[in-house]
Design a protein around this ligand. Structure first.
Ligand SMILES: [Zn+2]
Ligand SMILES: [Zn+2]
Length: 106
């Protein structure tokens, strides 16, 4: 079983994107290694690392959902979730379609 840090490093290497509308990037930036690995690999059997199954009742997953609710901004036009960077940076336009119709999730 891999540690959270090992997951972080593995996903960082496999998925070096910087898109602020990428949930994998958001999970990496927030330190959710297992979540990021699961988002990247868990839904399929592909990938080079074995990801422990996600327990949706776990604190880890619930904390991640809280993070999404806090920092995710949904695009009214295309539905993409864009992520603010903690309280420092706020997306102004959708990274996916360029719309400025971003709304908070909560
Ligand atoms: Zn990405
Ligand atoms: Zn959009």
């Amino acid at each position: 079983m891999m540690t959270n840090d090992e997951y972080l490093a593995a996903v960082e290497e496999a998925h070096p994107c910087n898109d602020y509308h990428c949930e994998i990037r958001a999970a990496l930036n927030a330190g959710y290694g297992h979540v990021a690995a699961w988002l990247l690999y868990g839904a399929t059997d592909e990938g080079t690392i074995r990801v422990e199954p996600m327990d949706f009742d776990s604190d880890e997953w619930q904390d991640w959902l809280d993070h999404v609710r806090t920092y995710g901004r949904r695009c009214r036009d295309c539905g993409a979730i864009n992520y603010a960077d903690d309280d420092v940076w706020e997306p102004q336009t959708c990274g996916d379609c360029g719309s400025d119709q971003l709304v908070r999730l909560d």
